[in-house]
Ligand binder design. Structure first.
Ligand code: NAD
Length: 495
């Protein structure tokens, strides 16, 4: 199948799910067409079927959204925190009420298996609940100046108009993880969802409207012309913040652009997570953890375990059991009964996985399971395990973003740490060991913003999520997530 042969028809279920989703741009409280009338065709990665055509925002639309957000800013910032909190709480409740439809919509446009989509909706809704609770906790500080002559008063104020740019792999959670804290802090926003998956963002926008978000506070602008549209917004001096989740390459470009007007940046970028298993680990727990860390979202997660470093004594048994668990997964269209692995999001995503495996095998890696597409009716790739992957293989350097696990064997703790840190990324790392002292020592030594210690799932709206090195700047979630959308103002005061 190629993009040219996509079928222009939709299944009855797809029609019903998509029917209620708005397809316009949402600017200043109104659903509108794009200024030049162009649309983005959204397709189902499992079949290639056209799902919907969504307005494709222009530079002019982007600037109209900035104007709307700017105009709505003062009233929203002055809205009592309790009122902002209650709107977010209502948005949480509405997401839970509509969770099954939202999950099915995510599966339709993203491809992920329905259990993964359900998990995403629950996680995404939690950001509205958590930040409804944080909205009333934007505290300041007061202290006596060390010299004793005055007081130091620090108040926290909303940073202002914020641009939120999100990727396709978690179309709901990456949007709520930014909208929640921004609205809690008193900021107004323009959300630019990924062109592959705009329907989820538009469906959540409809729920935010129902929850009582005033006109202009949330503006939503799908666009295939992301570069020029986001650039124009970043060069508008009414904008004060960009919060981006996506690839390191695009993040670097946006950081350069943001430098022109010194716009505040939060960057959640790529990952290359190591999964380190020591000889003393509980093998059952390590294999279950490996499955979760690798296969959540079919491997299409920035937190996905990308490189498996396994100590020599446990390596043969770990590899055998892990490969058996991978081979037992059921792959097919994400909405199908019992399906655990859906297709990849698009053809380039599938091709990249094939290229990374071919490179590793050609360098001498051993194919333990998988290694083929498995199906030809969508962008599928079988769950795959590679053992003895040689240093220098591209698969150990690049984000795989697919269901493939490369295993490397190591001998000493120092060697495991050195191999794990041998990457420009630093988002998350996983460690499995029965020795807690070793686990904490290695946690300290790993260059990573987050650690899963005998735990394969770290994402939690109450925790600060983010990376070091080229995985990003800033944190989302926890109290830190709120502070990303606030400025501290210091008042020197004598009384
Ligand atoms: P991407 O960088 O291609 O796109 C992300 C978003 O940026 C999309 O909305 C896209 O339309 C937009 N975009 C693309 N070019 C742009 C430009 N020149 N200017 C402005 N916006 C532009 O990433 P993707 O392929 O959608 O997502 C996968 C990437 O996201 C992976 O690298 C993954 O690790 C990363 N990711 C990171 C996290 C995290 O929290 N660290 C979470 C999820 C995904």
């Amino acid at each position: 199948m190629t993009q040219d042969t996509l079928h222009p028809h939709r299944s009855a279920e797809a029609l019903a799910l998509v029917a209620g989703v708005p397809t316009g741009l949402y600017i200043g409280g109104a659903w509108v067409a794009s200024a030049d009338g162009r649309v983005i065709d959204v397709t189902d990665p499992a079949t290639g079927d056209l799902l919907a055509s969504v307005a494709d925002g222009t530079v002019e639309d982007g600037l109209a959204a900035v104007a709307a957000a700017y105009d709505a800013g003062p009233a929203w910032a002055a809205t009592p925190p309790r009122k902002r909190s209650e709107i977010l709480r209502r948005a949480f409740e509405l997401m839970i009420e509509h969770s099954e439809d939202l999950a099915r919509l995510i599966t339709l446009e993203n491809g992920k298996a329905l259990p993964d989509a359900r998990g995403e909706v629950a996680y995404a809704a939690e950001f509205f609940r958590w930040f409804s609770e944080e909205a009333v906790r934007a505290t300041g500080d007061v202290q006596t100046a060390p010299g004793g002559a005055n007081h130091i008063l620090v108040i926290r104020q909303p940073i202002g108009v914020s641009i939120l740019v999100t990727p396709w792999n978690f179309p709901a959670a990456m949007a709520t993880r930014k909208i929640g804290p921004a609205l809690a802090a008193g900021c107004t926003v323009i959300l630019k969802p990924a062109s592959e998956t705009p329907l989820t963002a538009l469906a959540i926008t409809a729920l935010l409207i129902e929850a009582g978000v005033p006109a202009g506070v949330v503006n939503v602008l799908p666009s295939r012309r992301s570069g020029p549209v986001v650039s124009a917004m970043l060069h508008d001096d009414r904008v004060r913040k960009i919060s981006f989740t996506g690839s390191t390459e695009v993040g670097q470009r946006l950081l350069r652009e943001a430098a022109d007007l010194v716009i505040s940046c939060s960057m959640e970028l790529g990952g290359n997570a190591p999964f380190v298993v020591f000889d003393d680990a509980d093998l059952d727990a390590a294999v279950a953890g490996a499955m979760l860390a690798k296969m959540r979202n079919g491997g299409e997660a920035c937190t996905a375990a990308n490189r498996f470093f396994v100590q020599r004594g446990i390596a043969p048994e770990f590899t055998k059991r892990f490969a058996a668990a991978m081979a037992a997964l059921t792959m097919g269209p994400g909405l199908g009964d019992g399906i655990q692995v859906g297709p990849l999001v698009n053809e380039p995503g599938r091709d990249k996985v094939e290229e990374l495996i071919a490179d590793a095998v050609q360098r001498g890696a051993e194919l333990v399971t998988g290694g083929a597409r498995g199906r030809e009716d969508g962008w599928y790739y079988q769950p795959t395990v590679l053992a003895n992957v040689p240093a220098g293989s591209s698969i150990l350097r690049e984000e795989i973003f697919g269901p493939v696990a490369p295993i490397v064997t190591f001998d000493t703790e120092d060697e495991g740490v050195r191999l794990a840190n041998d990457t420009e990324y630093g988002l998350v790392a996983y460690i499995y060991t029965a020795d807690l002292a070793r686990g904490l020592r290695v946690s300290e030594a790993l260059e990573s913003g987050m650690i899963g210690l005998n735990r394969a799932l770290v994402s939690d709206p109450a925790a600060p999520f983010g990376g070091v090195k080229q995985s990003g700047l800033g944190r989302e979630g926890g109290h830190d997530g709120l502070l990303e959308f606030m400025e501290s103002k210091y008042i020197a005061v004598q009384w």
